[in-house]
Design a protein around this ligand. Structure first.
Ligand SMILES: Cc1cc2nc3c(=O)[nH]c(=O)nc-3n(C[C@H](O)[C@H](O)[C@H](O)COP(=O)(O)OP(=O)(O)OC[C@H]3O[C@@H](n4cnc5c(N)ncnc54)[C@H](O)[C@@H]3O)c2cc1C
Length: 424
């Protein structure tokens, strides 16, 4: 059955009619959850008065909205990527920091659910999904985040433990999380892609957290720097084995990038709602400003931007749900991340412009979304790194299977001028 209107008589967001009835119900549940979040939480987080609101994550767990894609025996729901993205749009509308806190169990959980031992799932994944423990991902180092394999944090085996030394920075949940997934070099002499391993590190094993950054936006997530000074981790806390960090990283980047891509859609959608209301009410030159093409075309642009983002996000989600080949998945996920974060940022900017001067104040929330959303093009892999992957996978696919559609090169009027086709 196709439903275009929700029970609350609100127009369903685009693509709701692509969802199964079950997924639509889940999305509406998430929408109701987001509606119930008190505005004070958003304001206090933006003021840096609250860091890492654990109750928010506990409430999500209570609603059974965490770990949606994961095995039922670990507390998950075995739902699809499409379902998770639909929920993320709804949670994303709150703020980037809250959508990140929602996403972390999906990101960290991916490593545990896909590669963890039964014991690791029992000890770590289950309590993360049930909201008893809070997780964070420690990948970026002060020396850089884009060059993943250039990591300098080390893990040296000592009997049945590893000793970790090094630093990570910008870790959301540095303040607040109990469990860190930490990438560290186990064999600096190995080829780069075999040099890194992933460890489950519990805060109380001696991890120090310092300095909550003065962020432009996305505040309240407890982002900080982690220090590992001879931190001892049981050898049983390595995921998959030594040198497997690269493989796990590739898998974790799916939820990492998909959650950024989908969360920001929710933010842009919220701003479109505010700008639409404003354009209907606000008058200039004796008319509602929605009558001016300069205004309503901006709304049209924002709608196109957000729906284009959705198109790519749900296409990538379908690719993952249907187990398309990893090269296609990596390309589509990277395209979705880059395009959605860039277009939704532009959409939010268009909405801000529609409000004029008052849009630049905190009388309306769009300035906060604008500050929050800027980060999406930077974290979880910058737009430039997305481009690296997109072109790499394109050439890899092309080298293997050149396009077999009509070869339009021969359709040029002077196609036979081989003496002009010089390549070296
Ligand atoms: C608020 C916040 C929260 C974060 N949360 C987390 C978290 O929870 N966990 C975590 O591990 N990290 C987190 N990050 C880190 C984030 O993922 C990194 O900042 C990001 O990956 C970029 O790394 P970098 O800042 O070291 O920039 P760099 O890697 O130093 O890059 C600097 C610039 O150079 C460009 N560049 C680098 N290499 C290339 C190349 N080969 N080709 C083209 N351009 C290139 C980059 O695109 C960028 O523009 C967070 C960051 C912030 C600000």
């Amino acid at each position: 059955m196709i439903v275009f209107y929700t029970g609350m008589n609100r127009i369903a967001y685009m693509y709701d009619f692509f969802l199964t009835e079950e997924d639509r119900a889940l999305k509406l549940q998430a929408r109701e959850f987001a509606r119930r979040i008190p505005r004070e939480l958003l304001i206090q987080m933006d003021n840096d008065d609250i860091q890492y609101p654990k109750q928010f994550v506990k409430d999500l767990a209570q609603e059974k909205l965490l770990g949606l894609r994961f095995d039922k025996e670990c507390g998950g729901q075995e739902r699809s990527w499409v379902a998770e993205m639909a929920v993320l749009e709804e949670i994303g509308i709150l703020s980037m920091a809250l959508s990140c806190l929602y996403s972390l169990p999906s990101i960290c959980g991916e490593a545990l659910n896909t590669f963890g031992t039964a014991e690791q799932k029992r000890k770590f994944l289950k309590p993360i999904i049930s909201g008893e423990k809070f997780c964070a991902e420690a990948l970026t180092e002060p020396r850089g985040g884009s060059d993943f394999f250039g990591a300098t944090t080390t893990a040296v085996k000592d009997g049945d433990e590893y000793i970790l030394n090094g630093q990570k920075r910008f870790v959301v949940g540095a303040e607040g999380a109990d469990i860190f997934l930490v990438y560290a070099k186990t064999d600096p002499d190995a080829p780069r892609h075999k040099s890194i391993s992933l460890f489950i590190v519990e805060r109380d094993s001696g991890v120090e957290a310092k300095y909550i950054y003065g962020l432009m936006g996305t505040r309240g997530g407890g982002a900080g720097r982690l220090y590992f000074r001879d931190v001892r981790v049981p050898a049983s806390n390595i995921i998959l084995g030594e040198g497997e960090g690269g493989r796990i990283f590739n898998q974790m980047m799916y939820p990492e990038r998909m959650t950024s891509a989908a969360g920001v859609i929710g933010m842009a959608q919220g701003c479109i709602d505010v700008a639409t209301r404003y354009a209907r009410k606000r008058k200039a030159f004796g008319k509602p400003i929605r009558a001016f093409e300069g205004v309503n075309f901006k709304l049209a642009d924002a709608l196109c931007q957000v729906d284009a983002a959705r198109g790519l996000v749900y296409t990538a989600a379908r690719a993952l749900d249907t187990n398309q080949n990893p090269s296609i998945c990596r390309r589509l996920v990277s395209e979705a991340k880059r395009v959605s974060t860039e277009l939704c940022y532009k959409a939010i900017d268009n909405c801000l412009q529609i409000l004029g001067g008052i849009g630049y104040t905190n009388v309306f929330p769009i300035e906060r979304y604008f500050r929050d959303a800027r980060l999406a093009q930077i974290w979880t892999g910058t737009s430039e790194i997305m481009n690296l992957i997109i072109q790499h996978e394109h050439f890899a696919q092309y080298d293997k299977n050149p396009a077999d559609c009509r070869d339009i090169e021969v359709d040029a009027a002077e196609a036979d001028a081989l003496e002009e086709k010089i390549y070296e």
